[in-house]
Design a protein around this ligand. Structure first.
Ligand code: ZN
Ligand code: ZN
Ligand code: FE
Length: 774
């Protein structure tokens, strides 16, 4: 038929386009279909092993307009990493079609993260005439569960926990219509054919209710604790305005002081509880829906004072499933929504599992019959210098891969002990696992192995190169050794030093290669000399590092015990700063709890009994907090440091003195800082301005150290990593001082600066070691 219009053919073109990235299972093909039809183009679109391919035929001008419109109109869950095109011979199609996928494998198909209910679904949810009115599982290709319902790839309904819900004719019609928002939406469902809610009492018996949701609301209004099955696991929910209920939840969960996350109805509700700048509001509203840590509003709020006692910040998120919207609408401005687990255990996902493990905590359970297949905690993020900074990368972000600067051989990194995550490297992509947590309990260790299996399955990668921490006592290190032994020489295991891994993880996300100055400011990490490191100045690249400097070591009386009893650290810092006369100072500062004898600690330190040496900045924060009259005991690691940051106030105090000892290895001696703080405190100075100068002094000292290192090495790029840089005042101050000194400064954004980023660094170190056969 085109033969009738020879003139037009001259101007016609056919272009083949290859889209890669997260382009499958995210409504990408229907999007291309609709866009092509709107532009009057003919041709086809199809899923291929290497991405999505489209051939479009039309005039050059229209084809270009079509290509230009792609990035701006992308479905919310899609992420285009590349688009390439080439001209191909004309075919003379007379329509645009979606062609079924080939049967071949899908090695480069990326599973999308779970995404919050989209505005269109939300409108339907509250639309009385809609067939999904108040249906808690409404979703479409632009929103809903993904990773958490998948047990295998490719991402098709049969490989998800929706496989046991055959679609009704109405749902199937939507699913099969390329023009429909639910075309190939694998979790598509409605009240007729989809999952249903059930309310159970504390013993797991069904509570007969005409409307389980209404009943659940009533339960929360009466101050009960409700376990709610969400997207990646259960939450424990209580009314955030009901102090008695919040305190009861804390008692039952043995969570004395750790801050509790809140879910608020909408942005105005969030603004009534926290001071949120524009970037923080955007982060809160983003379809990834992390918990956003932001400054608590001062003055009166409706919140229970037990939500985040002593903390300057509060963690807030918006509803991200239809069920959350239904629970909060018209009822509560805010609900406490804390992970449904016992302390140090992973979040519950199964109905029976939740009833067993949350027995005695939850009064009621709001469950459903759609299985959660991958455990995924809420992500936590904050904003630093106008940039997102992720502190826990899990639901909404995982398993989206990170694009790396180089291609690497496949590597599996098993991560650290605390805030554990895993990482698989594949080509130029790094896949970080959901947050696993601290590998201290059998349940957490089971979760570690469960996650390992999931990651291998969804990346279709079974690496023969393993990376782990240097610490021989870490569970992940031992697991790595067992895997190596069991593989009879098939697997190579490469241990990576903790702070080297920190720096390389930050290099990776900033796509840096080659030598850099790395400042790893951290809690605890095993050093190559067997000491506890944590205030490290490295000259590092992806393969090796030199410890060019560190904080002057001090001892940790009582070892690990010192983390919970920071007064022990304060004592040790004073001992280091004053020598034997420290006892008088400690008495004036009232540091030592009744019943403890200073002389015993003095002897412990002098004789080195259970007092391992450390250069940890995290521990210095703990000690300084006590010296400045704050808490002598903490209930979780980092508590003292977080409170210290919150208490800092700009004042008239100047910088505190410190020393840089220029020996072969540089040492930053904070002894003079400690002496000044102690004496000012004894003479009645206010703590808050002192805390602020302490932060500023550290930033100045870090920059001076970096300048000294630059003189020795000529390097001008500084990379910041480690848990201490979660402290915004320290991070912002350090960046500022380094920039004033003329450095190019790099910090974390999409990978946690804490140990949640370690696996990424381990993986890259091991891969590059292997490539250079070192
Ligand atoms: Zn939707
Ligand atoms: Zn249906
Ligand atoms: Fe660390």
């Amino acid at each position: 038929m085109v033969l009738d219009e020879p003139k037009k053919i001259e101007f016609m073109k056919r272009r083949r386009l290859l889209f890669t990235g997260i382009v499958q299972g995210v409504g990408f093909r229907p999007f291309i279909y609709r866009l092509a039809v709107r532009h009057g183009l003919t041709g086809f679109v199809q899923n291929r092993p290497d991405g999505v391919i489209a051939e479009v035929e039309g005039t050059e001008e229209v084809i270009n307009a079509f290509i230009e419109a792609v990035p701006a109109g992308l479905p919310p869950m899609a992420d285009l990493s590349s688009l390439s095109g080439s001209d191909v011979p004309l075919c003379g199609d007379n329509e645009f079609r979606i062609i079924a996928s080939g049967k071949e494998g899908f090695p480069e198909v990326h599973i999308a993260p779970d995404i919050a209910t989209c505005p269109e679904c939300l409108a339907e949810l509250f639309q009385k005439q809609d067939r999904r009115y108040r249906y808690p599982f409404i979703n479409c290709t632009n929103c809903g569960p993904r990773l958490t319902i998948i047990h295998d790839i490719p991402y098709d309904r049969v490989n998800t926990s929706m496989s046991c819900f055959p679609m009704c004719p109405a749902c199937l019609a939507e699913y099969s219509d390329p023009g429909n928002r639910r075309f190939h939406a694998e979790p598509n469902a409605c009240p007729v054919c989809g999952p249903k809610l059930t309310l159970l009492n504390g013993r797991g018996e069904v509570v007969t209710a005409h409307d389980p949701l209404e009943q659940a609301n009533k339960i929360l209004r009466h101050g009960f604790i409700l376990a709610v099955k969400g997207l990646g696991g259960f939450h424990l929910a209580v009314d955030a305005a009901n102090d008695e209920a919040v305190q009861r939840l804390r008692r039952k969960k043995y969570r004395e002081e750790k801050p509790l996350a809140l879910m608020v109805r909408d942005l105005p509700a969030a603004l009534s509880l926290a001071d949120l700048n524009e970037t923080e509001q955007e982060l809160l509203l983003s379809p990834r829906r992390p918990i956003v840590l932001a400054r608590k509003k001062t003055g009166k709020t409706i919140l229970s004072p037990s939500i985040a006692p002593g903390m300057p910040d509060v963690g807030v998120m918006l509803p991200y499933t239809p069920l959350h919207h239904l629970l909060l609408k018209d009822h509560f401005p805010a609900l406490v929504m804390t992970s449904g687990n016992q302390t140090d255990e992973p979040i519950c996902i199964g109905n029976r599992e939740a009833i067993e493990r949350l027995h005695g905590i939850a009064d009621f359970f709001l469950v459903n019959n759609r299985d959660i297949l991958v455990r995924c905690d809420d992500s936590i993020a904050t904003v630093v210098r106008g940039k997102t900074s992720i502190m826990r990368r899990s639901r909404g972000y995982v398993p989206k891969p990170l694009l790396l600067e180089n291609h690497y051989p496949p590597v599996l990194a098993l991560g650290p002990q605390m805030k554990s995550t895993l990482c698989i490297l594949k080509g130029n992509l790094a896949f970080l696992s959901p947050h696993i947590g601290d590998l201290e309990t059998p349940q957490a260790r089971d979760f570690f192995h469960e996650t390992l299996a999931v990651m291998k399955r969804i990346t279709e990668c079974h690496p023969q190169i393993l990376a782990c921490d240097l610490h021989p006592g870490y569970y992940a290190t031992q697991a790595a050794q067992q895997m190596e032994e069991a593989a009879n020489g098939e697997i190579i295991l490469l241990p990576v030093q903790h702070h080297h891994a920190h720096i390389v993880s930050c290099m990776a996300e900033n796509r840096l290669t080659g030598d850099v100055i790395g400042l790893a400011m951290d809690g605890t990490g095993y050093g190559t000399d067997g000491h506890i490191w944590g205030g490290e100045f490295l000259v590092a690249n992806e393969t090796t590092f030199t410890r060019i400097g560190h904080l002057k070591e001090f001892s940790l009386p009582g070892g690990e015990k010192a983390i919970r009893d920071p007064w022990r650290i304060a004592v040790s810092l004073l001992r280091e700063a004053y020598g034997p006369s420290w006892i008088g100072i400690a008495e004036k500062l009232q540091l030592i709890p009744d019943g403890t004898h200073a002389e015993i600690i003095e002897r412990m330190i002098v004789h080195g009994v259970n007092t391992p040496p450390t250069s940890s900045l995290g521990r210095i924060f703990d000690g300084v907090s006590v010296i400045l009259g704050r808490r002598r005991h903490v209930t979780f690691e980092g508590q003292a440091a977080m409170e210290l940051e919150g208490a800092a106030r700009k004042g008239s105090e100047e910088l505190l003195p410190y020393n840089i000892l220029e020996e072969n290895v540089l040492q930053l001696d904070l002894g003079p800082v400690i002496r000044t703080l102690a004496e000012k405190k004894i003479h009645g100075s206010l703590s808050e301005p002192l805390i602020f100068s302490f932060h500023e002094t550290l930033a100045k000292a870090f920059a001076e150290m970096a300048v000294t290192i630059r003189k020795r090495t000529g390097l001008n790029r500084v990379v910041l990593s480690g848990g201490c840089f979660q402290n915004k005042i320290l991070l912002e101050g350090t960046i500022q001082e380094l920039e004033i000194a003329g450095f190019d400064v790099f910090s974390h954004s999409i990978v946690p600066t804490n140990d949640g980023g370690i696996a990424l660094g381990q993986a890259i170190c091991a891969a590059s070691l292997r490539e250079r056969k070192l």
